[in-house]
Design a protein around this ligand. Structure first.
Ligand SMILES: [Zn+2]
Length: 457
């Protein structure tokens, strides 16, 4: 059996992955807060952990992997969105949840086994909070319940490698008169009449954000499970707090054994932000005609633990590569399993860039069946993601030869009129013309029109 190696944030090293139960490998990933369209950065962990889900299914069998990813559908950002739009909270969260599933589906993400919504797990959260109070790890104060960080100083901060004192010094912690220690975090808070709320032993209120992941992962995956994932922006405080809650409420368990964190996404070398004007959603890209498969391919070219830079150039190149690979694999059946070099690369801490390098080799060798099997392991080149590349498959080699010959002739005659005419025609048809000393390459862009090409050239 393939040995999967994963970089475990907890040990800061790459470890051989050994599941608790190979018959039921269990993974939890923090999901979105549903009040708006997912931006491109939100999609990165979805694609990264989708690839891990696919690899685990490949190695342990599709029926032997359980993947849970939550929807946070109670949150003050949602309340604010409801207040400013005059719409019902339930309407906003239901709509946004469906948007998320549609947009991530367009990127080829499989649906997790479980997609729990926080509001469905309030009784489990209340029970866990009551348990934490009973065990001396939490206290009620002024309608709030807080986790007492001092009750678990030995464990708190281990994931991110900081001491409680460092965290107090560095963090923007909310100081409140009812907190015993400024690092104590909210498990439950009171709701006013116009805010969503549930009855509890501490009055009508709603959960803090962190407790939902502890309650849902425990309910669905047990005291101990294999992998916990998320963006590295969640490491502190969210994951640190999840660990404190889960380990203190279920001291016999280990909670998650392997912690995986993906790095963040940038756009054209800059942090994506509304103020820089480079902020866009997955839906914006899809609506612009960028195929979901192209987005996925661009993501997978960068290792998940490195910052990923989204550029238009990379998208155009990815599209050209996928178009060629789709033409090469059209009507072909994949090999029964991806090549060992492909699986080994992916099993080496999800070296997706290494898999893509192997795919280029397979394509160059004309191994279409092997290329297809490798692509499908990554969630690429599937039938249902390929609508964008449909249409007549055009062999551009004759056109490339024609332009090359015209240029050779023009070098002799110094008359470049025909070369210019052809270049203009190809550009007009939506092709990018790349000329070098040794040859000519025509690369179809998003606006490529095969019919126009035949009429013009
Ligand atoms: Zn979480």
């Amino acid at each position: 059996m393939t040995t999967i190696k994963l970089h475990n944030t907890k040990s800061r090293s790459k470890e051989a992955f050994a599941p608790i139960d190979p018959q039921n490998v269990r993974m939890y990933v923090c999901g979105p807060t549903v009040y708006d369209r997912a931006h491109l950065g939100n999609a990165r962990p979805v694609v990264v952990f989708d690839v891990l889900f696919r690899l685990l299914r490949h190695v342990y069998g599709a029926d032997h992997v359980t993947y849970a990813r939550n929807f946070t559908d109670v949150d003050d950002k949602i309340n604010a969105r409801a207040a400013e739009s005059g719409r019902e909270i339930g309407e906003i969260t239901a709509e946004t949840t469906q948007w998320f599933l549609d947009d991530m589906g367009a990127l080829g993400a499989l649906e997790p086994t479980h997609m729990p919504r926080a509001t469905q797990y309030i009784p489990q959260m209340v029970a866990m909070i009551a348990d934490l109070i009973a065990r001396g790890h939490a206290y009620a104060a002024e309608g709030h319940v807080l986790f007492a960080v001092d009750s678990w100083r030995e464990g708190y901060g281990q994931l991110s490698g900081r001491s409680v004192d460092d965290m107090i010094a560095g963090a923007r912690v909310e100081v409140a008169p009812y907190k015993k220690n400024p690092m104590d975090f909210v498990l439950w808070k009171p709701s006013s009449a116009d805010q969503p709320g549930w009855e509890s032993p501490w009055g009508r209120g709603r959960p803090g954000w962190h407790i939902e992941c502890s309650a849902m992962s425990h309910d669905l995956l047990g005291d101990s499970f294999d992998i916990h994932g998320g963006g590295n922006d969640l490491m502190f405080p969210h994951h640190e707090n999840e660990i404190a809650q889960s380990c203190c409420a279920n001291p016999k368990g280990e909670f998650a054994r392997y912690w995986l964190h993906n790095e963040m996404l940038q756009v054209e070398g800059k942090k994506m932000s509304k103020s820089l004007g480079n902020f866009f959603t997955v839906r914006d890209l899809l609506d612009k005609g960028v195929p979901g498969e192209v987005v996925r391919f661009v993501f997978l070219q960068t290792h998940y633990r490195k910052p990923m830079d989204w550029t238009e150039k990379k998208a155009a190149e990815a599209e050209a590569t996928l178009r060629k690979w789709r033409a090469l694999t059209a009507g072909i059946e994949p090999t029964a399993s991806a090549a060992a070099a492909v699986v080994d690369a992916l099993a080496d801490d999800l070296n997706t860039a290494g898999v893509i390098a192997e795919m280029h080799k397979l394509a160059a060798a004309g191994d279409a069946a092997g290329l297809l099997a490798a692509g499908q392991l990554l969630g690429l080149l599937s039938e249902d993601m390929g609508a964008w590349a449909k249409g007549p498959v055009v062999d551009l080699s004759a056109h490339e030869a024609q332009l090359f010959a015209a240029r050779q002739a023009a070098m002799e005659t110094k008359d470049f009129a025909e070369v210019d005419r052809l270049k203009a025609a190809y550009t007009e048809a939506g092709l990018e013309v790349r000329m070098s000393k040794t040859g000519v390459e025509l690369v179809p862009g998003t606006g490529f029109d095969a019919a126009k090409l035949e009429a013009l050239a």
